[in-house]
Design a protein around this ligand. Structure first.
Ligand SMILES: NC(=O)c1ccc[n+]([C@@H]2O[C@H](COP(=O)([O-])OP(=O)(O)OC[C@H]3O[C@@H](n4cnc5c(N)ncnc54)[C@H](OP(=O)(O)O)[C@@H]3O)[C@@H](O)[C@H]2O)c1
Length: 302
């Protein structure tokens, strides 16, 4: 392994909040990039020297995952990648787009694929659609960048005006500070001439869902992805009264990952890396993630 990236989930894993069934002790982390150093008999998908990214759900190759496959996620369902050498099934690997650095590619397997799954594979996003995405972490900035590739207009929220300025430079059409403007749903409707957005990338979870149901248009989609607000209760009635589609999204399959890589390679998308930590300081990378001061991805490099 040569580079890794952190996701909010990795923080939940080390805090013991992710899954009660986690086998311990466990090598953490789901996302990384490495080179194949040895292969077993009959391996055909990769050869020695190939630069590859392990897929997040190791046994989810295409269509919908089975329950057994969905338990094969790296760094929680089984051992993860924060190690110098790992042993993986050839089926659980995809090749890395050549133009990306190791740390840029390491940013893709969870955050980028989740945004792609939400917007493209399940969301059928169309040119001219308006997306609202929450915060400026990994998934949200990929939603911004992938939404822009798809020809959509992207609204983004953050607690920080400085981060919102950076999001504008990255292509956000409009920004909302959710601390200065707690009724950000109203602001989103105003930015869409009172109609509401076509698609919400819901990263806060139950705590933000009530406002997301107000921010989305009649017949629009909410991709339920995150749990950043930690809990709360949401009344589902607006979903039916306003014909809203609530789509749960769990990362994505190998097939989706390969489709996304073709798109990002074509558009030369560059993942936003906030900070790079050496392998020996991996614990500091987790602490930095916990501070929520980042913009985009936090990576680790050998
Ligand atoms: N379902 C799945 O398959 C899947 C896949 C990936 C991630 N997730 C989930 O998606 C969420 C985001 O993951 P990530 O790795 O992108 O996280 P991350 O990089 O740690 O991003 C966290 C950022 O979200 C923003 N935020 C926090 N609370 C918020 C709130 N109440 N409203 C709006 N924004 C808020 C903050 O940005 P600002 O500083 O800009 O406010 C914070 O820095 C997590 O809950 C994670 O578990 C789920």
């Amino acid at each position: 392994m040569n580079a890794w990236s952190l996701n909010y989930r990795d923080l939940m894993v080390v805090r013991g909040q992710y899954s009660a069934r986690m086998p311990l002790p466990l090598t953490p982390l789901s996302d990384g990039v490495g080179r194949v150093v040895e292969i077993g008999d009959g391996v055909t998908r990769v050869k020695v020297g190939d630069r590859v990214m392990p897929i997040f759900v190791q046994k989810w190759l295409c269509s919908m995952p089975t329950e057994a496959a969905s338990k094969s996620s790296l760094g929680a369902g089984g051992p993860g990648l924060l190690a110098e050498l790992v042993v993986l099934d050839e089926q659980g690997l995809v090749h890395t787009p050549e133009y990306l650095s190791d740390e840029e590619a390491a940013a893709l397997p969870c955050a980028a694929l989740t945004a792609w799954h939400a917007l493209v594979a399940a969301g059928n996003i169309q040119p001219g659609n308006t997306i609202l995405t929450q915060g400026t972490g990994g998934v949200s900035l990929f939603a911004l960048q992938l939404g822009a590739i798809a020809g959509a207009r992207v609204l983004i929220t953050s607690k920080s005006d400085a981060k919102l300025d950076r999001a504008k430079k990255l292509g956000a059409a409009a920004t909302i500070n959710y601390q200065a403007t707690p009724d950000w749903d109203k602001a989103a409707r105003e930015l869409t001439e009172g109609t509401g957005v076509d698609h919400v990338i819901e990263l806060g979870g139950a705590g933000t869902l009530p406002r997301s149901m107000k921010a989305v248009r009649y017949g629009g989609t909410i991709s339920l992805i995150g749990v950043l607000t930690g809990g709360g209760e949401a009344n589902p009635t607006p979903l039916l009264m306003r014909n809203i589609r609530l789509q749960g999204v769990f990362v994505g399959s190998r097939e989706m990952f390969e489709a996304m890589n073709r798109a990002i390679e074509l558009h030369r998308l560059r993942p936003v890396i906030d900070r790079l930590f050496p392998f020996s300081d991996a614990a500091d990378a987790y602490r930095y993630l916990e501070s929520a001061g980042h913009f985009g991805k936090i990576c680790i490099r050998r």
